[in-house]
Design a protein around this ligand. Sequence first.
Ligand code: SF4
Length: 354
Amino acid sequence: MTRSELISILSTTDRVQMKELFGQAEAVRDANVGRQVFLRGLIEFSNRCRKNCYYCGIRRGNRQVARYDLTDEAILEAADFAWHNRYGSIVLQSGERQSPRFTQRIARLLEQIKQRTHGGLGITLSCGEQPAEVYREWFEAGAHRYLLRIETTSPALYARLHPDDPLHDFDRRIAALEDLRRIGYLTGTGVMIGLPFQRVEDLADDLLFFHRTQTPMVGMGPYVEHRDTPLYGHRELLLPPRQRLSLALRMVAALRLLMPQINIAATTAMQALHPMGREQAIRAGANVFMPNITPQRVRPGYKLYDNKPCIDENASQCNDCLDFRVRLSGVGIAYDQWGDRTSASPESVARQEL
Ligand code: SF4
């Protein structure tokens, strides 16, 4: 698709055209990655972050947040939960920190999780920008996917969303994505949709960036404001929630048509704007679902935006809800699968050995 075709898709508000678009995206998803979703159990293990992104509820400057760090035992317990419930994969996510202690701790946890699951559980990391040697150490310890959202591929918009200092450097983030690819990770990125100051042309360029860089997995969702952030002061520029969600769904569908074989997440932010937002994303071509398996007691501390769903539930309740929600979307769940087209999944072998 050309840039102008993408802009046209993203701009449409005609109900019939949108229905056709979502139907086409679903058919393309079904034909290329199956009529199913892959699971990634999400463990938000720490909300400590050295950065100050203007849109983020856990930014360093937000003094309203109670900071936490899950213990190793709690992280391993959550990983065990995912394994026993046949999720196939987990995501270990935190704010951004850089220290030898942090690096070694993550490496140790990766090795322990791999050992406990006989190499069967796939592990995605999402711990921000790190030196290439840290990415390499974690890769060698067992992580095979890394999620680092660019948030917008427009340098001008990026500059409006972040402080003007070397810690929040657009080029450095692009370089980090390249480091990850070079090391061998399946690299995921993504953007926020419906930001203040964002134009539909910027979103079309985001899609073309994913295509140009052949990104194998994308997690993108609507921008949802957080009242304790600087960007909240520009909320009068936002589309109403329903229109913002609709734009995000058109982004998902357009990306599926552009890149039929990649993994696209139905992100939690979709559900923040509508109770059925994630199901709608699956009906627009998404194929990855990320049940939250973070212990309930710390979930309120990981509020990246207001109205974040599933704050009061625990992992078992989210698990009970999962089957129902996915079925409502009319697709199946691919249990015991890493869900990577480019790597064989050894989990069934691991289970046979148990
Ligand atoms: S978006 Fe990520 S890097 Fe930025 S403040 Fe939030 S947790 Fe930190």
